[in-house]
Design a protein around this ligand. Structure first.
Ligand code: BES
Ligand code: ZN
Ligand code: ZN
Length: 478
């Protein structure tokens, strides 16, 4: 993991990444007359990225770009940071100092964040030439009048939490089954200081979590249900925020085996919601945010084993409602429904649930955003959307009209687990809504959770989506 260090006014590394505007005084960073005039020339040509190779060190200069909105400027800085990360690794640089000549803490932090997030690698299972593959960049120092130690510490926590979420998601099911996932959350709880309780299969049976148990029937590995709690004495809220994450450690589609070629290849990512919840708990506890939060992560794999649940089965859920199961691949909602109804005992001020729930959400907006919908007040949804912009994990709100619930009707049970041929992302949300009795936001992260090629500071594979979003939201919560 990349270390981020406060360096105050001092310069602590060889290589420099400099943030400036066309008007900045670049003589401060030790450039020769020739280099300064080269730089002037590049700036007047409207170049925003200027690299000066001084043989012993690289000086990469990023000139502020205009954008229509401040959050887009922030994102441009993250992307620039990632680009510089690539240049530094190519040059085998071990450390760099980010020098802020503008005096803007947000952009400096965003640049550093992009650099650190882009430096992530998942090499756990590589055994050959690991040293050669490993990025050289280890430490980023930040030199800015406007950035303080606490901001750097917080950025480090966030980057680490995203890295942890990416690791959990990138780990395949033969290394990360439901029990292991729960164990990882337990370890994170011990490290960051939040409470973790893990329910085993017997406990889950005694709680009559019929949805989670039904999905688990085709599996050899037992399910888990993890409860995480961060309740600091100085919490601003009495009623907790509830975070719920889908923890399907692998989704084969069950007996409704995934029909599309290669669509199973990335299905180790189906616990990305749970990873986001656990790693957000880690981050808020490490940063000691004054907010009371409960995290719930139901977990199992979804497989077509001998006793697997089959279409036509009627399942009695944790809250007593019955579901006619008509597609074993719509398993996420089965396990989440139990978690959401279990969540009622906390009387939450708001529940945010994250899941790689539907191909329909991914098809609608792709990796570019999170599909959101829910029953929470408009004001709350808007606040979360603003967090989405701040961290560039943007929300696209879908309608949540009651009419869609019609599509879940069946004659022989309270509802079925699939809708019709339209609005698949919304009917999935409508299904879950039936298990909530509190303000609720459903975030379908099927599009952005796992990507098949790198996308700026998100490397190929797991992105860790949700962690930065929830942290930003909870850091401003009342
Ligand atoms: N885990 C999948 C959704 C998914 C698709 C996640 C692509 C990430 C990328 C989910 O369990 C699923 O299979 N959903 C079905 C629901 C359908 C059977 C009603 C889907 O979207 O096809
Ligand atoms: Zn599925
Ligand atoms: Zn799934």
């Amino acid at each position: 993991m990349t270390a981020i260090k406060y360096s105050g006014e001092t310069r602590s590394s060889e290589h420099l990444a400099v943030l400036g505007t066309a008007k900045s005084d670049f003589s401060k960073i030790g450039l020769s007359e020739n280099e300064l005039s080269f730089l002037d020339g590049e700036i007047s040509k409207k170049e925003h990225f200027i690299t000066i190779n001084q043989y012993k060190r690289l000086v990469v200069i990023y000139i502020l770009e205009k954008r229509d909105h401040p959050y887009l400027v922030l994102e441009a800085h993250r992307r620039a940071g990632n680009k510089v990360c690539g240049i530094l690794n190519a040059a085998k640089a071990v450390s760099v100092t980010v020098i802020d000549l503008i005096g803007d803490h947000e952009n400096s932090l965003a640049f550093t964040e992009g650099m650190a997030l882009g430096n992530y690698q998942f090499l756990t299972h590589k055994t050959q030439e690991v040293e050669k593959l490993k990025h050289s960049l280890r430490t980023i120092y930040v030199q800015s009048k406007k950035v303080n130690r606490q901001q750097i510490e917080r950025l480090q926590i966030i980057v680490d939490a995203v890295g942890k979420a990416r690791n959990l998601v990138n780990e395949p099911v033969n290394y990360m089954n439901a029990a292991q996932l729960a164990k990882e959350f337990d370890k994170m709880g011990k490290e960051a200081g939040f409470k973790v309780e893990i329910f085993n299969k017997t406990k889950i049976e005694s709680l009559k979590m019929g949805g989670l148990l039904a999905v688990n029937r085709g599996s050899i590995d037992p399910p888990t249900f993890t409860i995480m709690e961060w309740k600091p004495a100085n919490a601003k809220n009495k009623k907790p925020y509830l975070l719920v994450g889908k923890g399907v450690v692998y989704d084969t589609g069950g007996v409704s085996l995934k029909p599309t070629a290669n669509s199973m290849d990335s299905m180790k990512c189906d616990m990305a919601g749970a990873a986001a919840v656990g790693c957000t708990m880690y981050a808020i506890a490490k940063a000691k945010l004054p907010v009371y939060v409960i995290g719930l992560t139901p977990a199992t794999d979804n497989r077509p084993g001998m006793n697997a649940y089959v279409p036509g089965d009627i399942i009695t859920m944790h809250n007593g409602m019955t579901v006619e199961m008509l597609n074993a691949d719509a398993e996420g909602r089965m396990i989440l429904a139990d978690a959401l109804s279990y969540g009622q005992r906390y009387n939450p001020v708001l529940a945010i649930e994250l899941s790689t729930l539907t191909g329909a959400a991914a098809a609608a907006i792709g990796k570019y955003g999170i599909v959101s919908m829910g029953t929470a007040e408009k004001k709350v949804h808007e606040t979360l959307k603003r967090s989405g912009e701040n961290v560039f994990e943007r929300l696209a709100e879908f309608p949540f009209w009651d009419d869609y619930a019609e599509l879940l009707k069946t004659d022989i049970a309270d509802m079925k687990n699939i809708g019709g041929s339209v609005a698949g992302a919304i009917t999935a949300g409508k299904f879950l809504q039936k298990f909530t009795s509190y303000p609720y936001l459903h975030l379908d992260i099927a599009g952005p959770a796992f990507i098949d090629g790198s996308y700026d500071y998100k490397p190929k594979g797991a992105t860790g989506v949700g962690v930065r979003l929830l942290f930003d939201f909870l850091s401003k919560a009342e």
